[in-house]
Design a protein around this ligand. Structure first.
Ligand code: GDP
Ligand code: ZN
Length: 366
């Protein structure tokens, strides 16, 4: 080997060592990032003793703003708790049959099961069901309305404010994605004329949706309401003014929740409930009351998923000329033909088109 060759070999070897170290460093960095991103092991719900919880009885009203435990490093020793109420910056958790106040964790929702230490909430346990919507101010952020619920009760009113199916159509999609059971509660039926039927309900009957007609004022239908939801954790959702708080008062008068008069001018309720709260109905269901909303957006639903949530389309979509037919502009669309023939309710088809047009649905499974 000449001197020149030896010099070149030395140079090549040095370069190989340098490259080797670089690759090792990169591999270490990737491993470290993986460790950071890997979630902490979660507790299996079956290992916690929820069954041992005592009946919380009458829970005092939620008072946000009480001093809260400072959060530093997570503490290992933890007690199970159930989130009862959420207010600005704070939440109330039922732990060892006592309601305690804790600092709010991002993403926490009423119905969440948590692990607590002396300092506050250490961990949110895995959820069985999640009802979500996009944050009205930032559609990229998920807002969890309630967690671990068995049923979602869409409360609507027969009159004052008039029945508005638009919100029902949207909620049905969010509920199907949540994993909970949907129930439609049509309140204020005392305001209907004798024998008057709400024709707008027909498509929901045909879908097989459980519908409870009731009146918080007269108590009519409340037995059916209780029967259907017995032993369940459910959440009441709907526009303000439909009578969610009045229903809770009718089911458990000691709650004495504030209710709001519906303004004559716009037939819309005032927002009387400003935070979400779980109530135990003696010998009845646990019910989460939520603030009334004006609009309900859909969280993370692609256009392809949207059309699969309209189950009236199921029997027809397979006969469309295009496998990925959106049932809007395509020729030979069996869904549109079924709408024209009156087999699919026009109101439901219009609801589908409206959501497809109005919502900025993210791209996703077609
Ligand atoms: P929320 O915003 O959904 O909680 O509605 P509220 O419970 O505050 O009720 C709004 C208004 O509707 C109040 O004036 C109630 O008195 C009235 N309301 C509630 N339920 C009924 C009902 O069954 N019949 C009638 N006629 N009015 C009701
Ligand atoms: Zn089609």
């Amino acid at each position: 080997m000449t001197r020149e060759e030896r010099k070149l070999r030395k140079h090549v070897d040095a370069h190989a060592r340098y490259e080797g170290r670089k690759v090792q460093k990169q591999a270490a960095a990737i491993r470290k990032a993986g460790e950071i991103k890997r979630p902490r092991p979660r507790l299996d719900l079956r290992t916690t003793d929820w069954e041992d919880f005592e009946d919380p009885g009458d829970i005092p009203a939620f008072e946000p703003g009480r001093p809260l435990a400072a959060r530093r490093k997570p503490e290992p020793a933890s007690t199970p708790g159930l989130v009862l109420g959420i207010g600005p910056g704070a939440c109330q958790v039922l732990s060892r049959a006592e309601p305690v106040h804790c600092r709010l964790l991002p993403g926490l929702a009423v119905g969440d099961r948590v692990l607590l230490s002396k300092r506050g909430i250490e961990e949110i346990l895995p959820r069985t069901t999640v009802l979500s919507r996009p944050d009205p101010h930032n559609p990229h952020v998920e807002r969890v309305i309630a967690a671990n619920i068995d049923a979602v009760v869409i409360v609507a009113s027969a009159r004052a404010p008039a029945f508005r199916p638009g919100l029902v159509d949207r909620y049905l999609i969010a509920i199907e994605r949540s994993g909970a059971e949907p129930v439609l509660c049509v309140n204020k039926i005392d305001l209907l004329e004798a024998g008057e039927q709400l024709s707008d309900l027909a498509p929901y009957h045909d879908l097989g949706l459980a519908i409870v007609r009731c009146s918080a004022n007269t108590g009519h239908g409340l037995d059916l309401f209780l029967e259907r939801l017995a032993g369940k954790l459910c959440v009441l959702v709907g526009h303000s003014g439909v009578g969610k708080s009045s229903l809770l008062n009718a089911l458990h008068p000691e709650l004495a929740l504030a209710t709001g008069a519906v303004s004559e001018a716009n037939q819309k309720g005032r927002h009387t409930t400003s935070s979400s709260r779980l109530y135990e109905i003696p010998n009845g269901p646990s019910i989460i009351d939520t603030p009334g909303i004006r609009e309900f957006g859909l969280w993370d639903v692609s256009p392809g998923e949207l059309r699969r949530h309209f189950h009236e389309f199921d029997a027809h979509a397979g006969a469309c000329a295009f496998a990925d037919c959106t049932h809007t502009h395509e020729p030979d669309c069996a869904v549109k033909q079924a709408v024209e023939a009156g087999v699919i309710p026009m109101a439901r088809y219009r609801a589908y088109c409206r959501i497809l047009q109005q919502d900025k649905l993210p791209a996703g499974p077609s």
